[in-house]
Design a protein around this ligand. Structure first.
Ligand SMILES: Nc1nc2c(ncn2[C@@H]2O[C@H](COP(=O)(O)OP(=O)(O)OP(=O)(O)O)[C@@H](O)[C@H]2O)c(=O)[nH]1
Ligand SMILES: [Mg+2]
Length: 243
């Protein structure tokens, strides 16, 4: 009986825990890397809500036992990226693997992100996009070009890289690749949830007194605080209307 009881409690604990697991993923990458295309693809079947807050796009979806919010700042908003670091559990960084001329810039940008105290130590999923292109770098070459191993070690970010293509002709293989990335990411988030969620709370609190955040970041914080996404005055649009 006691063993059964134990099982039952374990199950109850699990249920309780499951409902608490909310994560915010911050989607970043240089302009033209493919962020919007990827977001459209990965959420076609999964998105519960897609919201536009000014330039920002928020996609809500359920992945395994996680209530996920993918947050994508507008393309002209790189200066404001850091305002979203504290509230994010993880960064998804998109690279245009075919744009050799911007690899240096990509590396510089990535280092700026990873070195930020609100990002260091959090898991990072790299998407080596545009694998369909002729002159594209493969995953290993992207790792090499970005000196990725050194970067993620330096800033203690668990990291995984997947190849990807957002082109319509590559749906099946791209979905397979994304599945691998998703499995890695949510496994890391699952195993380290208490730690990472604590970081989010701590970092958000640390940045709170500095009320120099943009209106957008303040609005997002308010939304998260109120936990009432639906009732906020937001323009909820269907996925087909995603920019
Ligand atoms: N060949 C190829 N083209 C892609 C792929 N992903 C995106 N593109 C194209 O690359 C261009 C930029 O894609 P977007 O998804 O708009 O890129 P983005 O990162 O959202 O760009 P910004 O919003 O300007 O920052 C578009 O012309 C896409 O059609 C891909 O996997 N393969
Ligand atoms: Mg875009």
């Amino acid at each position: 009986f006691s063993r059964q009881m134990g099982n039952c409690c374990g199950w109850l604990n699990k249920c309780e825990r499951n409902t608490e697991r909310e994560v915010t993923l911050l989607m970043l990458g240089l302009t033209n890397s493919g962020k919007t295309s990827i977001l459209q693809r990965i959420n076609k079947d999964n998105a519960q809500n897609v919201m536009h807050l000014g330039e920002c796009t928020l996609v809500e979806m359920l992945v395994e036992n996680f209530q996920v919010t993918i947050l994508k700042p507008g393309s002209q908003e790189t200066a404001t990226w850091s305002e979203y670091y504290a509230m994010s559990h993880s960064v998804v960084f998109v690279v245009d693997s075919a744009d050799l001329s911007r690899m240096k810039e990509t590396k510089k940008t990535l280092e700026k992100v990873l070195s930020h105290p609100f990002v260091s130590g959090k898991p990072v999923l790299m998407i080596a996009n545009k694998q369909d292109k002729k002159e594209t770098l493969n995953k290993a070459e992207v790792i090499e070009k970005l000196r990725l191993e050194g970067l993620v070690n330096k800033y203690k970010c668990p990291c995984h890289i997947i190849g990807y293509s957002a082109l319509p002709g590559y749906v099946k293989i791209a979905n397979e690749m994304m599945k691998g990335g998703q499995e890695w990411l949510f496994n890391v988030l699952d195993l380290n949830y208490e730690f990472i969620d604590h970081r989010v709370l701590k970092d958000t609190a640390a940045q709170a007194p500095k009320r120099e955040l943009s209106d957008m970041a303040q609005l997002l914080e308010q939304i998260y605080e109120s936990k009432e996404l639906q009732s906020a005055e937001l323009s909820i649009v269907r996925l087909s209307q995603l920019e």
